[in-house]
Design a protein around this ligand. Structure first.
Ligand SMILES: Nc1ncnc2c1ncn2[C@@H]1O[C@H](COP(=O)(O)OP(=O)(O)O)[C@@H](O)[C@H]1O
Ligand SMILES: [Mg+2]
Length: 358
């Protein structure tokens, strides 16, 4: 097993920078999610690590060993893609055996390793079937068994669950996590699904236009986004804009918003505050239970009931603020009602102005 380090990796296609000076340390045995919109460079980064494509500059190491000049087949990497093509006229077992056969392993070794891999993905009894006799989720498991049977040092997964429907996808997320833990393999998982990234990984890197905009544990990125892009791409966020007071901002109407985390800024500069919808309390009273809380007044323009929670859209001063509350059964707030919003400075992140603000 081995960790992967990429340092100052750049790769351009013509004038387009698909990867722009990306450095990431993928810990040995870790589950790392690469998250970003379509075209942000996620697949390009995986292809550099696998050796299907080569960077213009930068370094790649696997298990501390430089692999820039090492060909694909010698890097000992397992890969699964969204369009994991299985061989249609070969049995499940033969599909999984393929990599070992190519290597020229002994028949008995192949048989026992294939069985072990199929057991791991819970397809131990289906080795004789053909791919068309399997469900989409089962085929995806075959692709996974095929990727791990050769005992790779690193597992690269490029949107492997993208073709599955929602329920199956959630099952496979749990399954994939279990398998990864069981064999303890360093895994780099590409997704554009933020929920998938949050629930599965122990670290997340967010890519945008070939640049790594932020990386860290899921909670850290969620609680302390460094840009409006990170705040809104990973989870939902209300963005309030104004001028900094150093520790918060002043909105156009003069209201001060205090922040508990984020950038340290010189007073007077343009900046914004990000607040998660579920951190805001909504009510009709104007009591002062928490004198330090940020407060805004507005009017409910819309309420969306979603069973266990409701989302309120509250209009104030030309902006709509989203608030999510758990439904306790005593909620009496209706569309058109005037409300008071309160949330603590600790739930408010100060973000410096950047080209990000659009
Ligand atoms: N072989 C290639 N030739 C030209 N452009 C490419 C090639 N591979 C990727 N790109 C471009 O690089 C950018 C990043 O692509 P990709 O890494 O596939 O994004 P993602 O996987 O995040 O959706 C895109 O703009 C894409 O069009
Ligand atoms: Mg891709």
């Amino acid at each position: 097993m081995a960790g992967v380090q990429v340092a100052n990796l750049s790769r351009s296609f013509g004038a387009h920078k698909a990867l722009d000076d990306v450095s990431i340390d993928f810990a040995d045995g870790g589950f790392y999610a690469l998250l970003g919109p379509s075209g942000s460079g996620k697949t390009t980064l995986l292809r550099q690590i696998a050796g299907f494509d080569f960077p213009d500059s930068g370094r790649i190491a696997i298990g501390g060993e430089s692999v820039e000049r090492v060909p694909v087949e010698k890097r000992r990497i397992g890969m699964v893609f969204q369009n994991y093509a299985l061989f249609p006229n070969m049995s499940v077992a033969d599909n999984v055996a393929f990599g070992l056969s190519v290597r020229g392993e002994a028949k008995a070794t192949i048989a026992s390793e294939v069985q072990r891999a199929l057991d791991l993905v819970q397809l131990g009894k289906l080795g004789a079937r053909r791919p068309h006799q399997l469900s989409g989720g089962q085929r995806q498991r075959v692709a996974l068994a095929r990727a791990i049977v050769t005992k790779p040092r690193v597992l690269l997964l490029d949107e492997p669950l993208g073709a599955l429907d929602k329920a199956l996808r959630v099952d496979m997320q749990i399954e994939l996590k279990r398998i990864q833990r069981e064999i303890g393999i360093t895994t780099i998982f590409v997704t554009h699904d933020q929920e998938e990234a949050l629930t599965m990984s122990d670290r997340i890197g967010i890519l945008r236009d070939g640049r790594l905009v932020q990386e860290g544990p899921p909670e850290e990125i969620y609680d302390k986004p460094k840009s409006e892009f990170a705040a809104t791409f990973l989870g939902d966020a209300n963005i309030l804009r104004g001028e900094t007071t150093g520790t918060g901002i002043r909105l156009a109407d003069g209201t001060a918003i205090a922040a508990g985390a984020g950038a340290t800024l010189a007073a007077g500069a343009k900046a914004s505050c990000a607040v998660r919808p579920e951190r805001i309390r909504i009510g009709t009273d104007s009591g002062t239970s928490d004198p330090n809380a940020n407060m805004l007044r507005g009017q409910i323009s819309k309420r969306i009931f979603a069973g266990n929670n409701s989302t309120y859209f509250v209009d104030r001063d030309g902006q709509t603020i989203k608030v999510i509350v758990q439904n306790t059964g005593v909620e009496k707030l209706a569309e058109g009602q005037k409300v008071v919003l309160r949330w603590s400075p600790e739930s408010t992140v100060l973000i410096a102005a950047s080209q990000d603000m659009d």
